[in-house]
Design a protein around this ligand. Structure first.
Ligand SMILES: Cc1ncc(C[n+]2csc(CCOP(=O)(O)OP(=O)(O)O)c2C)c(N)n1
Ligand SMILES: [Mg+2]
Length: 550
């Protein structure tokens, strides 16, 4: 009779449940899990820190709709992976953290790397469990996958003691659980569809806000059809960008402050009224703003501002319902309104200021000057990873997205350090596309060592560091006796990290070298690192120091 190990059952179950990617670091007792996963055809990426691996696993969930896995050893390894679980919890992305654990017969004895692991994972987990036997591993794996993708997506934790991983059972005692189907797509009642459309029709200054929930639900075709059928102005949240292309004529994004402040009805399509949308309250919104809210999670309805019409369910299905209703009874928001006139004026104003800032050829350069060249060289279907404070805020407005799920950033949790892991996840899912990882010098430092990981797996990533010597900028020279908390080594040569793997690093200080350097870097076979010095005093357009005043 054939026997099978716990590790083999874990790997087979993950594969059966549609898990294709695993990130992490091996050691006792999880080495056999990684080895078995590779044998099952799961792509394993060895990282330099589980934290970055856990960010990669969550990004896989967002990009593919099935969870990525982060694998960590007991104790410190799984603890590092909590960072990604928390990020996934906040972003509502599917991921599974798998932690090794001490042999169960040593519990409480002060075993090697023994820790309260399930308790640590629990607050961020939709599901956290330790299998009670080897034969029942498939049941637990299926439950973990199911919880990450059903309802509001999120994180799960599975805890595997060494004796469960290495133990063996007779193969025919193991019942492999069938693949958990993709989530169904709950629809809204027809009365709610009618109410939503009636509320939009009653609006003088309507605004559609497209969130990453719509991107996750693959609702891009339906949302675009809806926007075009109704001719409503729309704005995307940072990772909602690209669900409808940023260059769409109905995009009101460059007038963001104006439209948020003056809209009388907002339609949230998979976007939450949390801090990213200033909670939907004055002074950033009208105190009379009426809300139509589409969300997969019933508990989200009415958060911070009472909801007038709730559309609880799947963004793709419900937007399809709205489109069907509009086909029966067509309606368009008029093209000639004072609302559109005011939006157009703000967009034009914004275009002028931005163009002036982009034209600034001073040395050191400004963010806008740097982004002018980056934007020109980005392929239309590039996947943009963008992280930092001003580096990210300005990058969001300066780099357009034309496709859904093509922008990854610090997200709802505002997590610095997600960048390299997320870029690696994007390159793993889309080896055919260019991934451009644009990082503030501080943001880059959190997981900078993962450039070696990207190079090792031959990934098509270009790393660009926008360097102002620190967190929101630092001095040009340092007095060792008085180093400001936000400062890093001035003009640090981060690009030299490319030498680790025989890649190419570039250091740019002059605006007239920037474009040709970026071009060369984007074309190299191994990932390149371009380190661009900018002025520590460069910032956003005056009125908008959102991050500093937060
Ligand atoms: C994990 C984590 N630690 C710390 C912070 C606080 N923080 C916000 S932005 C930022 C870095 C900003 O500097 P940089 O990446 O260089 O971008 P810049 O604004 O200078 O362009 C930090 C450390 C955070 N958001 N997340
Ligand atoms: Mg910086």
């Amino acid at each position: 009779m054939a026997t099978i190990t716990g590790a083999q059952i874990i790997a087979k179950s993950l594969k059966q449940q549609g898990v294709e990617y695993m990130f992490g670091i091996v050691g006792i007792p999880v080495i056999p899990i990684a080895a078995a996963a590779q044998r099952e055809g799961i792509k394993f990426f060895g990282f330099r820190n589980e934290q970055a691996g856990s960010y990669a696993a969550a990004a896989i969930g967002y990009l593919t709709g099935r969870p990525g896995v982060c694998l960590g050893v007991s104790g410190p390894g799984m603890i590092h992976g909590i960072a990604g679980m928390a990020n996934a919890w906040s972003n509502c992305w599917p991921m599974i953290l798998i932690g090794g654990a001490n042999d169960s017969y040593q519990n409480g004895q002060g075993a090697f790397q023994e820790a309260p692991q399930i308790e640590t994972a629990r607050p961020y987990a939709k599901y956290a469990a330790r299998p009670d036997s080897i034969a029942r591993i498939p049941y637990y794996v299926e439950q973990a996958v199911r919880h990450t993708i059903y309802g509001r997506p999120g994180a799960a934790y599975l805890d595997f003691p060494g004796d469960i991983i290495s133990g063996q059972v007779e193969e025919d005692t193991v019942a492999f659980t069938p693949r958990c189907p993709d989530p169904n797509r709950p629809m809204a009642p027809e009365t709610a569809i009618e109410d939503a459309l009636a509320a939009l029709k009653s609006a003088e200054r309507p605004l559609v806000i497209v969130g990453k929930g719509a991107a996750y639900a693959r609702a891009e075709d339906e949302v675009r059809e809806f926007i075009e059928a109704t001719q409503l102005p729309f704005l995307a949240t940072p990772m909602g960008k690209g669900v409808v292309p940023d260059d769409h004529p109905l995009s009101a994004a460059p007038a963001r402050s104006h439209i948020l402040q003056n809209a009388d009805v907002i339609f949230l399509m998979g976007a939450r009224l949390n801090w990213m949308l200033h909670f939907g309250v004055p002074p950033r919104f009208s105190d009379k703003v009426r809300v139509i809210q589409m969300d997969i999670e019933p508990e989200e309805i009415g958060t911070n501002v009472p909801t007038e019409v709730a559309l609880v369910g799947d963004a793709k299905a419900i937007t399809g319902q709205l489109n069907a209703a509009l086909k029966k009874n067509p309606w368009q928001y008029p093209a000639e309104t004072t609302w559109w006139t005011s939006i157009a004026a703000k967009i034009e104003e914004n275009r002028k200021t931005t163009e002036e800032m982009m034209a600034d050829e001073s040395v050191p350069m400004t963010y806008y000057r740097v982004y002018r060249d980056i934007r020109e060289l980005l392929p239309r279907d590039a996947i943009i990873q963008n992280e930092g404070a001003s580096t990210m805020d300005i990058g969001r407005t300066m780099m357009p997205n034309f496709f859904p799920r093509h922008r990854l950033d610090a997200g709802t949790f505002g997590t610095m350090g997600v960048g390299l892991g997320q870029a690696i996840a994007a390159a793993a899912v889309h080896p055919d596309k260019k991934v451009v990882c644009i990082e503030g010098d501080s943001a880059f430092g959190f997981s900078g060592m993962e450039v070696e990981t990207a190079a090792r797996y031959g990934m098509n990533i270009t790393f660009i560091i926008i360097n102002n010597n620190g967190i929101g900028g630092g001095p040009d020279t340092l007095d060792p006796a008085r180093i400001p908390p936000s400062a890093y080594t001035p003009s640090a040569h981060y690009e030299k990290m490319a030498e680790i793997y025989g890649g190419k690093g570039f250091f740019v200080t002059q605006p007239d070298q920037l474009k040709s350097t970026l071009e060369e870097a984007m074309a190299t076979e191994k990932p390149s690192i371009v380190n661009i010095m900018i002025s520590a005093r460069s910032g956003r357009k005056p009125q908008q120091f959102a991050w500093l005043t937060r």
